[in-house]
Write a protein that binds this ligand. Structure first.
Ligand SMILES: [Zn+2]
Length: 365
């Protein structure tokens, strides 16, 4: 498992660089092909290709499918490996993308092998989907993820687990990618101040309103993460923009936030508001994970370890599948720490157990 993880980490696969990402995708395709999977490379123009692998059941009865979902892209640009080489120390494997989520892919491959070698009569088609743009919002993969999820009885997401005990993620917040843009009117701040409409003043007033929507106890948050506006001194700003990070645990709260955002009215006379975007990942509510988690917990017990659960404030592609009402279990990937940082690593000895857990889930779903 470590050898394969090394190869996979050395094949750097940044979300925003197609050529290296495609090489990583090709390597993964070869690995599954070697083990008898049926490969479909879903070609992309701008992002890396997505990879879909099918392992059909041997009987001809209609079977339905189980979806194993993950992404092979990382947040690290090509060349990061020079400063952050793949290395093993104190039972851990370090390297860009090792934890988020290449070790998860390795575990899934070994789970696949286990199901085959143990000749477990699969009752459903197994579909593995490895995408190339999760770290940048899954724009090019969302449709294929949703299409596969709709055909599936359950979705198993190989995103990293949480904390040293490897907690599964049974709920995740929905996350927005929204912009509030204010259009004002420029004029000379000294000669004709009465003719200007200050977009920055308007935006500030709006942000002061929006801030009141925060409800930490309910898990509703809204933050202006980036603001920009104005052009130069002496000039009343004719444009200003805030990038808004909205999050919520509940689908109902997401709808309320979106509605409130879209019903904002200008405070300064003459100012115009424009809203772009909204929630790009809906919340993953626990009700879509609960039953699968119970089963995972009981399998883990039989394998000799205790499995816990946690809620995550960030989204993943599991948010898309759960939002369709398809049972989704997330955080089944690696145990480790330091995602998106220079100390990213996985705990090696947990890899076989996690692969066994996934194999058992696939064999019994
Ligand atoms: Zn990830």
């Amino acid at each position: 498992m470590v050898d394969l993880l090394r190869e996979l980490v050395l094949l750097e696969s940044p979300s925003l660089e197609k050529a290296p990402a495609d090489r990583c995708c090709g390597f993964l395709a070869d690995q599954w092909l070697l083990r008898g999977g049926i490969i479909h490379v879903l070609k992309q123009n701008h992002r890396g290709n997505h990879l879909r692998i099918v392992w059909p059941v041997s009987t001809s009865r209609p079977a339905g499918q189980l979806l194993v979902l993950g992404h092979y892209d990382t947040v690290y640009p090509t060349g990061t490996i020079a400063q952050m080489p793949f290395r093993l120390a104190k039972g851990k494997a370090f390297g860009p993308g090792a934890f988020d989520m290449k070790a998860g892919i390795v575990q899934a491959l070994f789970a696949f092998e286990a199901v085959q070698e143990l000749k477990i009569p699969a009752t459903r088609n197994l579909v593995f989907l490895w995408t190339s743009d999760e770290e940048v919002g899954s724009e090019s993969s969302r449709e294929v993820i949703e299409t596969e999820a709709r055909r599936s009885e359950a979705v198993f997401v190989l995103e990293p687990s949480l904390g040293p005990r490897g907690l599964l993620k049974t709920s995740r917040k929905g996350v927005s990618d929204a912009e509030l843009i204010v259009h004002g009117r420029a004029s000379h701040a000294g000669l004709e101040p009465e003719k200007g409409i200050n977009a920055i003043h308007e935006l500030s007033a709006q942000i002061a309103q929006i801030e009141k929507w925060n409800n930490l106890r309910r898990g509703v948050t809204i933050n202006a993460d980036i603001v920009e506006g104005g052009s130069r001194t002496n000039v009343i700003a004719d444009r200003a923009k805030a990038t808004l990070d909205m999050r919520a645990w509940r689908v109902s709260d997401m709808h309320i936030l979106e509605k409130r955002l879209r019903s904002l009215k200008p405070i300064h006379r003459g100012a115009k508001l424009e809203i772009q975007g909204g929630f790009n990942r809906p919340p993953l509510e626990r009700k879509h994970s609960a039953a699968l988690f119970l089963r995972a917990k009981s399998i883990a017990k039989q394998l000799g370890f205790a499995l816990g659960e946690a809620a995550a404030g960030g989204g993943s592609d599991g948010n898309f599948t759960a939002a369709l009402g398809v049972p989704t279990l997330d955080g089944l990937g690696a145990v480790g720490d330091g995602a998106h940082s220079n100390h990213e690593h996985v705990v090696i000895k947990t890899m076989p157990l996690r692969a066994a857990l996934l194999a058992a889930l696939l064999a019994t779903s």
